[in-house]
Design a protein around this ligand. Structure first.
Ligand code: HEM
Length: 334
């Protein structure tokens, strides 16, 4: 398979290549304990503290755009698992990389259009041109990291032991292990593409934080209620803990509503049918691109009365307990 950087990796891959890379990544995520272990939560806590310190030290009460801080911090957390280390906020190359990822997320919809209409890759203009340049910067950074790692592994041989289990080293081990199965397509080039997808996918977290902040700016009464709940559940004398989320019903309702009213992948990821099929009476032939319109579903008044209203209360029951009232909340896809 030719390494076309828009159509392989994980998200936009097909067939065996997609299955194998998806399976490999899912297993690793489970092994890393992503979202499940104290180690993971400590990394997040540390990063949150760094961001807060940076904001307090540099902004000193001035207004600022939080978007860049959200995206950089989310990326830095990701870097722990991908590279096994974080980057300093003054590391120029890393900042370039983070900026490219953030730029990609700002131009996400043209990127999706390029996957729906691949011809756009050949005639880039405006934001599609920017998307290609973001991909180029991010790819160059990731390639550099992989080359450094390969050089270190070669130099130290069997005595090489990464300080933290990480995606790059596990993937390089996998290339070795699959040396006799070239058809399964694990290679340095494909590693770069898989990492691009993971990093670009990860941008959605920063986007959700930015949209939620914006919603609270527009709805100060919501912000006030979030603050009241945080003061009551956590208070001023301790750090937040991941288990607090079970008691932060209003905050959950706000996040849920923000991802409903502003799904950050409104067209999900285009998929292709493997076989002739039909959905709700519509015949879809084999090998048809299917593009889910999550935006339309989540804004459908049939499921969400007054859909354009930002209304976290709709996700709370009469006792103020967070509850998923509707099945058609699909920010993570179908
Ligand atoms: C609020 C957070 C997130 C949202 C709303 C979101 C949204 C989505 C959506 C809509 C899809 C398409 C699913 C489909 O085809 O049906 C997707 C796929 C994907 N996302 Fe996310 N995502 C989020 C977080 C993340 C994170 C943190 C990562 C990386 C660690 C990530 C990596 C990916 C990858 C690799 C795929 C492709 C999966 C595949 O092809 O099987 N996403 N995401």
């Amino acid at each position: 398979m030719k390494a076309n950087y828009l159509f392989i990796g994980i998200a936009y891959a097909r067939g065996v290549h997609w299955q194998e890379h998806r399976k490999f990544t899912r297993v690793l995520i489970r092994e890393f304990g992503w979202g499940k272990t104290d180690d993971y939560y400590k990394i997040i806590q540390t990063e949150v503290k760094c961001v807060m310190k940076e904001l307090i030290d540099t902004k000193k009460g001035e207004s600022f755009d939080p978007d860049i801080f959200y995206h950089h911090s989310v990326c830095n957390i990701q870097c722990q698992f991908i590279f096994g280390n974080i980057f300093e906020y003054n590391d120029k190359k890393a900042i370039q990389f983070f900026d490219a990822l953030e730029g990609f997320s700002l131009d996400t919809n043209p990127a999706v259009m390029m996957t729906i209409f691949p011809l756009l890759v050949k005639i880039p203009f405006g934001s599609t041109k920017r998307v290609l340049s973001h991909i180029f910067v991010a790819r160059t950074f990731i390639r550099g990291q992989i080359e450094n790692r390969l050089a270190l592994r070669k130099k130290l041989g069997n005595s090489y032991k990464p300080a933290r289990k990480n995606y790059i080293d596990c993937y390089l081990d996998e290339i070795e292990a699959r040396r006799d199965q070239p058809e399964l397509e694990f290679s340095n080039d494909f590693l770069i593409l898989a990492l691009l997808d993971i990093f670009f996918g990860n941008q959605t977290v920063g986007d959700v934080l930015t949209w939620t902040t914006l919603m609270m700016v527009y709805h100060p009464e919501v912000q006030k209620k979030v603050q009241t709940e945080l003061d009551r559940v956590i208070g001023p004398d301790r750090d937040s803990d991941v288990n607090d989320r079970y008691n932060l019903h209003y905050l959950n309702a706000v996040l849920f509503e923000a991802t409903r009213i502003r799904p950050n992948s409104p067209f999900g990821i285009p998929r292709m049918t493997n076989e002739d099929t039909s959905i709700c009476g519509y015949f879809i032939p084999k090998k048809t691109y299917v593009v889910p319109n999550l935006w339309s579903v989540q804004g459908d008044g049939k499921y969400w009365p007054n859909p354009m209203k930002f209304d976290p209360e709709r996700n709370l029951d009469n006792n103020g307990v967070f509850t998923q009232q509707s099945r058609v909340h699909l920010p993570f896809g179908i």
